[in-house]
Design a protein around this ligand. Structure first.
Ligand code: ZN
Length: 261
């Protein structure tokens, strides 16, 4: 459990902020049982690469185009976890902070939709989303969940109803551009922010990390909540080295106590 004083300080910064924005990563969903699929050791890409004949290419968009069956089969355990996962107290705490008008928007690197399911209204998904899938031939977009349910039951790669092309979930694979609209919206939110609450990410490597750098460079204050060190620990106002599903609800609790006074 993080020191109570750190939680108090974080709460004060949030309460005093004019426009706070949350930035989240895989660590926000690990308490929901979803593994960090980009982490180098345990993540999906590691498993894809370990199992793949062409080691460096397995998690790429090119590999998906060549062999979607293999992609879907290797994603299956993760898909199953996501389908059965529920939002955890960290997701609910962020939704609560938004409802209180303290957090304006949640920028997330996660594609699992748990933040929206927890009640957050303004969520920007900078690494794509499993909400929808796109045909790789005619670019038709449809909801992904029915396709996923069908794949999980019959094991057949989902095809486009219009042209027969393979349907790809709208998560960003290596070699793909980040979603332009989402990145623009995230940049805009960060430009307006005077405080960034960064939770469940070590900020290592992800392409969206540059967003956080720009916040720091423009002078926004940073609160970091993560179990392991992050690249910006030394410039953050507050670093809380704790489980997000414990620390974030603790912040909400302090806010509520203050509100009652
Ligand atoms: Zn199509």
């Amino acid at each position: 459990m993080a020191e109570a004083s750190l939680i108090q300080d974080a709460t004060k910064l949030l309460a005093d902020s004019r426009a706070a924005v949350a930035f989240t990563g895989a660590g926000l969903s690990t308490p929901s049982g979803i593994p960090d699929f980009r982490s180098p050791e345990t993540g999906l890409w590691a498993r894809l690469e370990a199992a793949g004949a062409d080691e460096t290419q397995a998690g790429t968009i090119q590999a998906f185009g060549r062999d979607p069956q293999t992609f879907y089969e290797r994603m299956k355990p993760l898909f199953q976890k996501i389908v059965s996962a529920e939002p955890n107290p960290a997701h609910y705490a962020l939704a609560e902070l938004e409802a209180k008008g303290i957090i304006q928007v949640v920028i997330t690197q996660n594609a699992d939709m748990l933040q929206q399911r927890a009640g957050s209204k303004n969520v920007i998904e900078v690494h794509g989303s499993l909400a929808e899938a796109t045909c790789i031939q005619c670019y038709k977009i449809t909801p992904f969940r029915p396709l996923l349910d069908q794949f999980l039951s019959d094991g057949i790669v989902p095809r486009c109803k219009e042209c027969g092309g393979v349907m790809k979930p709208n998560i960003i694979l290596t070699g793909e551009q980040l979603p332009v609209q989402a990145i623009l919206a995230a940049k805009q939110a960060i430009r307006r922010a005077d405080l960034l609450l960064i939770a469940g990410t070590s900020l290592a490597g992800g392409p969206a990390t540059a967003l956080v750098d720009s916040a720091y460079l423009q002078g926004s204050k940073l609160i970091l909540v993560n179990q392991t060190p992050t690249l910006l620990d030394n410039v953050a106002e507050i670093v809380i080295r704790d489980d997000v599903s414990i620390a974030l609800p603790a912040v909400v609790k302090v806010l509520q106590r203050k509100g009652e006074r």
